[in-house]
Design a protein around this ligand. Structure first.
Ligand code: BES
Ligand code: MN
Ligand code: MN
Length: 476
């Protein structure tokens, strides 16, 4: 490896302990992977997205996976590879994504998003890799390839493993359902395993047991048939931006609940015992506020911060535009205003129903002075993982072994919409063994992933396989 001496000394300094040559190589490989700008949302990066897929395929080949292929879809390709040792043994299907969010706004990054650098932070004194995708999900997905590499080199891989790594997660996994239906036999498995979520901290590990669902909408408000001089026309016609803002403001009531008729109809009320269970990994409001430099939190009355971001549905504007936003001032009443609005959903809410409720309501509150169109981008249901199966039990033992503390179950607020579909189509439960921290800034400028998280993650995944097999043998 080029610069390996320099790299070894450097790694020794930042990681604190001397890394093995193997570990140095693994980290170095990840840095190479992070240099590929695989932005799935932006069609001008299509070639880079393909390059990242090829990179994953080569990485799978380098650990001697079989049937490795970059399989085209109508969108970005899926990378497949397998390590089958015995048909009588269980099969773990690892899912992850090699695509990343756009890095915008690029000006707010301290270093270029696709030129990974390692820096120390308060939370990561051993160093963290700063790059788009470091945590979500290249770094976390790559841990699985390296864990299998380690197990194989020790002759300790105890069961079959399949990899399905996609390139459209960040844009709604539009073609994955079709892909799975076309390859049902190939993808048959006993347990789906994903590292694309987080833990509370390195001293308080958690296993994600719930993800929220999602409905993603786009609205357009149209007023006059052209942009107008705001002096000649101001006061006589509806300004679509003013109207859009009023409409959006009316979507929450004074308790900050979502003001759409029927929105909460399917939401399950939790008992006090269930709420206590959920609160096992409480969020410290003071730290939370401090980390975001805000004076006060904001959310639905009657719920804790953790509840607000996990078991309660929400509505947020993700983007709003219209009129003149360039340099200087331009006096204008725009013809149109637009917004992207998403709703995070909880178990039992159906995203298709919620999207329809939103559309009906949003159109119904539009004044006659404007026209409103509503489009659905994509969506997905919420998901709850079991905690009484051997997958969860094995994961729990593995975290405890590596972190020295038993993990708590964590209901998380993010979404991986394809997970409920796995269960529907493959009939298989998912286990969410994440290792990121909320402060890792996924989707934000300066995304990073702790080097310690990376290596502890690999170790925990390795431990998972042996714990899983112990429980599997006991049960069969
Ligand atoms: N890895 C995240 C989801 C996540 C992160 C769940 C942390 C729980 C904890 C995933 O890549 C993601 O960003 N999902 C999107 C949905 C998708 C349809 C764009 C999300 O949650 O916004
Ligand atoms: Mn992700
Ligand atoms: Mn993401």
């Amino acid at each position: 490896m080029k610069d390996s001496l320099f790299w070894g000394i450097f790694m020794d300094k930042i990681y604190g302990t001397m890394q093995t040559q193997l570990e140095q190589n693994q980290l170095h490989e990840l840095l190479e992977f992070l240099k590929i700008p695989s932005i799935s949302a932006d069609s001008s990066y299509k070639q880079s997205v393909n390059e990242a897929a090829q990179w994953v395929a080569n990485s799978l080949k380098s650990i001697d996976c079989e049937s490795v292929a970059v399989i085209p879809t109508p969108g970005h390709p899926v990378v497949y590879g397998e390590y089958m040792i015995d048909n009588n043994l269980p099969t773990i299907l690892v899912y992850g994504h090699y695509d990343v969010q756009p890095p915008d706004p690029v000006d707010l990054w301290d270093s270029p998003p696709f030129e990974p650098v390692i820096k120390k932070t308060d939370i990561h004194p051993e160093g963290a890799i700063f790059a788009r995708g470091a945590c979500d999900d290249k770094g976390q997905m790559f841990m699985h390839i390296k864990a299998i590499e380690n197990l194989k080199s020790k002759g300790e891989l105890p069961c079959n493993v399949k990899f399905m790594i996609e390139g459209e997660e960040e844009v709604g996994s539009d073609h994955l359902e079709g892909f799975i239906k076309d390859h049902l036999d190939k993808l048959r498995c006993d347990q789906i395993l994903i590292s694309d979520t987080g833990i509370n901290s390195l001293t308080k590990p958690a296993i994600t047991t719930g993800l929220r669902g999602l409905s993603y909408m786009e609205v357009t408000v149209t007023g006059p048939n052209r942009d107008l001089h705001s002096g000649l026309y101001g006061g006589t016609v509806a300004n679509p931006i003013n109207i859009l803002c009023e409409m959006i403001a009316s979507l929450h009531n004074e308790d900050y609940q979502v003001n759409i008729p029927g929105f909460y109809d399917q939401v399950i009320d939790y008992t006090e015992t269930e709420r206590k269970m959920i609160e096992q990994a409480p969020i410290d409001d003071k730290n939370f506020k401090q980390s975001l430099a805000i004076k006060r939190l904001h959310g639905e009355s009657g719920f804790t911060t953790l509840e607000r971001k996990s078991i309660r549905p929400t509505l947020d504007v993700n983007g709003i535009w219209g009129g003149y936003t360039g340099e200087g001032a331009k006096t204008v009443i725009p013809s149109q205003a637009h917004a992207k609005i998403s709703m995070r959903l909880v178990p039992n809410q159906q995203w298709e129903t919620i999207s329809q409720l939103f559309e009906n309501h949003f159109k119904s509150i539009a004044p006659e002075s404007v026209k409103v169109t509503v489009n659905t981008h994509h969506g997905g249901q919420a998901y709850l993982t079991p905690t009484d199966d051997i997958g969860y039990q094995a994961a729990s033992k593995a975290y405890e072994k590596v972190f020295g503390v038993a993990p708590v179950p964590l209901r998380d607020g993010g979404s991986i919409p394809i997970v409920p579909m796995f269960e529907e189509v493959l009939g298989c439960k998912t286990l969410l063994m994440g290792f990121g921290l909320d402060s890792d800034a996924i989707h934000s400028p300066n995304e990073h992933y702790g080097i310690r998280n990376f290596f502890l993650g690999i170790e925990t995944i390795e431990a998972f396989y042996s714990e899983y097999m112990k429980l599997w043998e006991k049960n069969t």
